[in-house]
Design a protein around this ligand. Structure first.
Ligand SMILES: Cc1cc2nc3c(=O)[nH]c(=O)nc-3n(C[C@H](O)[C@H](O)[C@H](O)COP(=O)(O)OP(=O)(O)OC[C@H]3O[C@@H](n4cnc5c(N)ncnc54)[C@H](O)[C@@H]3O)c2cc1C
Length: 418
């Protein structure tokens, strides 16, 4: 018998596209409508601040989640340049661009997040830029190719990757950061220092404990960035990378439970039985961490999209559980890294380095609490993610490891759990 159901996915993103793919792979034959306000079909964002921004011509084609023909071939009704303006849970409808209504049986929200903006005088000058979309990456690349002086506001992942790209294009680069080190809140002082040293070695000038008071320009075009202490940094381009916020407005208006993202259970179900959420926008009750967590990373969109499709297809309670170890990666200059787990400021008592801190030689850093591994980051050492994630999972269960052996590169990671 034909499946008459319609599944609507709002957010033609990595999570949304992976959910559509998985629905078909799992045999769903009903209607799938994938709606996105951007004009490009779903793509992955990590290259936008890395190879793509450095001018790698092939990176654009590789960023798409599926070939152009895939959507028609898999009978996925992809509606681009279309914004969902309302969700009505009682009527089971979404409104498109304030006009057309579309019925759903099940609804998936993969609306992701958007950049936080800096509201200071001069914020609308040409040359003040943000980086979230492929269009913004295109525009920034064109600008970086011609820029002599680049100021990056915010020393998070996007800011640092952009700084590395700008150095590659030959500009002077100053990074302005409120904290005392780059990535300090994510990595803590011990590992953040590695990134500060790396960028300094590549010619980046940091201004820590600093904030932007004003963007200054002539005839509408940026010429400088004025800091709170009055210092003016010359700038042709200022890239603001001060974090993102989840796109929760639709969910709020629909009366769903929202608290730092759309609140979902371990099966990625919202407070409405027919509405689900995944990716950056979802605040998950994580079974391993035993608390809520909202992850703003590529792997969470990829895997969350796959898992939520299974949840949409139903099954008994507990049949679908999303319990992945949080994971992300970054590339800057000659440093490639992967991070698995979650260690937050004040949540760990020790950082254990395995094999020193030399970037060219590679090392692994572990964040540890009472002998339990909370997170691990491998730098220029590969194929260790499974072992690190096994340590993190063991830590969730309360298993401790011998810290001397953890620090000893001669002891294989796979032997630490005995
Ligand atoms: C430049 C850059 C580099 C990154 N690099 C890394 C990295 O190296 N490693 C890593 O782990 N992560 C990285 N990330 C983060 C990663 O890309 C995100 O976690 C991921 O994109 C989240 O995917 P998502 O599917 O949840 O949502 P998003 O990618 O945010 O997509 C959501 C989509 O929904 C659309 N949308 C929102 N509301 C509506 C609406 N009402 N109607 C229609 N459409 C709507 C949005 O326009 C958007 O297209 C990077 C992000 C950026 C921006």
């Amino acid at each position: 018998m034909a499946d008459e159901r319609t599944f609507v996915i709002v957010g033609a993103s990595l999570a949304g596209a992976k959910a559509a793919e998985t629905l078909r792979a799992e045999g769903f034959t009903g209607r799938i409508v994938l709606i996105g306000e951007e004009t490009e079909r779903p793509y992955e964002r990590p290259p936008l601040s890395k190879g793509y921004l450095q001018g790698d011509e092939d990176a654009r084609g590789k960023a798409f989640v599926h070939p152009e023909t895939w959507y028609a071939e898999h009978d996925v009704d992809l509606r681009l340049a279309t914004r969902v303006t309302r969700v009505d849970p009682a009527a089971h409808t979404v409104t498109l661009d304030g006009v057309d209504e579309l019925h759903y049986d099940k609804l998936l929200l993969t609306t992701g997040s958007r950049v936080r903006t800096l509201d200071v005088p001069g914020a609308d000058l040409t040359g003040v830029r943000y980086l979230r979309t492929v269009d913004e990456s295109d525009a920034l690349l064109a600008h970086l190719r011609a820029a002599a002086h680049v100021v990056v506001v915010g020393a998070g992942w996007i800011g640092l990757e952009t700084a590395a790209a700008a150095r590659k294009h030959g500009a002077t680069v100053t990074v302005v950061e409120l904290a005392g080190l780059p990535l300090q809140r994510v990595l803590g002082d011990e590992v953040a220092t590695v990134f500060a040293d790396l960028h300094r070695a590549n010619g980046v000038d940091f201004r820590f404990g600093a904030s932007v008071a004003e963007f200054r320009g002539i005839e509408g075009t940026l010429t400088g960035v004025v800091l709170a202490d009055g210092t003016e940094l010359p700038a042709d381009v200022a890239v603001v990378g001060i974090g993102v916020q989840p796109n929760t407005e639709l969910a709020v208006d629909a009366g769903l439970e929202v608290d730092n993202g759309i609140v979902v259970d371990a099966a990625l179900r919202t407070s409405d039985p027919d509405i689900y959420a995944a990716g950056d926008v979802a605040n998950l009750e994580h079974p391993g961490l035993r608390r809520r967590v909202r992850v703003e990373h590529w792997a969470n969109a990829l895997n969350g999209g796959k898992v939520v499709a299974k949840s949409l297809l139903g099954g008994p309670d507990g049949a679908v559980v999303y319990d992945r170890v949080p994971y992300f990666f970054s590339d800057q200059y000659d440093l490639g890294m992967e991070y698995s787990g979650l260690a937050e400021p004040g949540g760990y008592d020790r950082v254990v380095f395995r094999g020193g801190t030399s970037v060219p030689d590679g090392f692994v850093a572990f964040w540890v609490k009472d002998g339990r591994v909370l997170a691990g980051m491998n730098v220029n050492i590969w194929d260790v993610t499974d072992d690190i994630q096994a340590l993190v999972r063991a830590g969730w269960e309360g298993t401790t490891v011998d810290l001397d052996r953890l620090a000893d590169p001669k002891v294989p990671l796979g032997e630490l759990l005995g």
